[in-house]
Design a protein around this ligand. Structure first.
Ligand code: PMP
Length: 343
């Protein structure tokens, strides 16, 4: 690594490690031409973002997702939508969600004074069982991440999901990992006015640092999204990057292909080592092992992964899929740790 590169990593506070596999980011950046064009726009950073740009990005996303422009909203991060739901629909302070679910949702729920109720996902498939409908009936609204984080699984079929939205209570469906599995319930958006579906540019679009999260909202959910407020939350730079990646989105298919290929390779290698690894419909995998403090031991070797024992119980880690070289390094070190653990 040259001095300039080191200085940039230092500027952004990037950890000094070999493999960052803890936050399900893409290991690839957006194409160079896009970065150049976005950098040129920085000479107008003294101006606020325009409504025209906000709407252009909404339009481009609506075209990509095959939904109507008026159903699409943009915000800097999924938590902003969590907060909108928490704020607008609070009644008993109960929210139905799978257990476990996306840890940021759990944190935000407690922060906003909610209690989470919901069915426990059981191994090995981690499906959401029928009892969830009863939890949804009791709750102010329901949140379902499909695929689920941290298990990486598709946890609900469309017909069961439809029973939940049919209750006519607000529902937030999180499809952040949609592109890795191609499963979406987006066609329900016209029919169910209290349904909102989350998508993101943080994964296959490789734009996690820009914080651009999309909500595809049914009619009633759209009504609570106040455009004058929403559009000032997001920066010109992020909107511009969003516009450029959506206009030049061909590269995402290559990212999806590479990461899905790498994922299967990782799963095979980990199984060969005799550790338990679950099927995944995302860009991360869930691993169970009996090695004590595995996340800590990996960290000593320069690898960051997410220890999810606080959600899943002892022994579980969540590992993002990196590029080929990083994954190879991960497998090598995992093997070393496992071998020395058996001695
Ligand atoms: N939803 C789920 C289920 C996730 O796992 C993640 C990423 N960790 C997000 C949303 C994050 O989306 P964003 O980066 O757009 O805030």
């Amino acid at each position: 690594m040259n001095k300039k590169e080191e200085r940039i990593l230092d500027l952004i506070g990037f950890p000094k490690i070999k493999a960052k596999l803890d936050q399900n980011e893409s290991p690839f950046n957006v194409p160079e031409e896009i970065l150049k064009e976005a950098a040129d726009s920085l000479k107008y950073l003294n101006y606020y973002p325009t409504e025209k740009l906000y709407d252009e990005v909404r339009y481009l996303y609506s075209e990509y997702a095959n939904v109507k422009f008026e159903n699409v909203w943009l915000a800097p991060g999924v938590d902003l939508y969590f907060d909108e739901y928490f704020y607008h629909f609070k009644n008993k302070g109960l929210v139905a969600a799978p257990r476990p679910t996306f840890f940021l949702f759990e944190k935000e729920a407690y922060h906003m004074g909610y209690e989470i109720i919901g069915s426990i996902l059981k191994e090995p498939e981690f499906k959401l069982d029928h009892s969830f409908l009863n939890y949804s009936k009791q709750a102010d609204f329901s949140y379902i991440d499909n695929p689920n984080n941290p298990t990486g699984n598709l946890i609900i079929e469309k017909e069961n999901f439809e029973e939940i939205v049919k209750l006519n209570k607000p529902v937030l469906l999180d499809e952040a990992y949609y592109e890795f599995c191609n499963v979406t319930f987006v066609d329900l958006i016209e029919k169910y006015e209290k349904l909102g579906i989350i998508r993101t540019l943080s994964k296959v679009f490789c734009l996690a640092g820009a914080r651009v999260t999309i909500l595809i909202a049914g009619k009633e959910i759209s009504k609570i999204m106040n455009k004058d407020i929403m559009r000032f939350r997001i920066s010109t730079t992020s909107l511009l990057l969003a516009k450029l990646v959506l206009e030049n989105r061909k590269y995402i298919y290559d990212v999806i292909k590479k990461l899905n290929y790498e994922k299967e390779k990782m799963i095979n290698e980990i199984r060969k080592l005799g550790l338990k690894v679950y099927n995944s419909y995302t860009n991360f995998i869930l691993i169970y092992s009996e090695i004590d403090n595995l996340a800590e031991k990996l960290k000593e070797k320069g690898i960051l992964v997410k220890d999810v024992s606080f959600q899943m119980g002892k022994g579980y880690i969540r590992v993002s899929i990196g590029d080929s070289e990083t994954n190879k390094y991960f497998i090598e070190k995992l093997k070393e740790i496992k071998d020395s653990n058996e001695k």
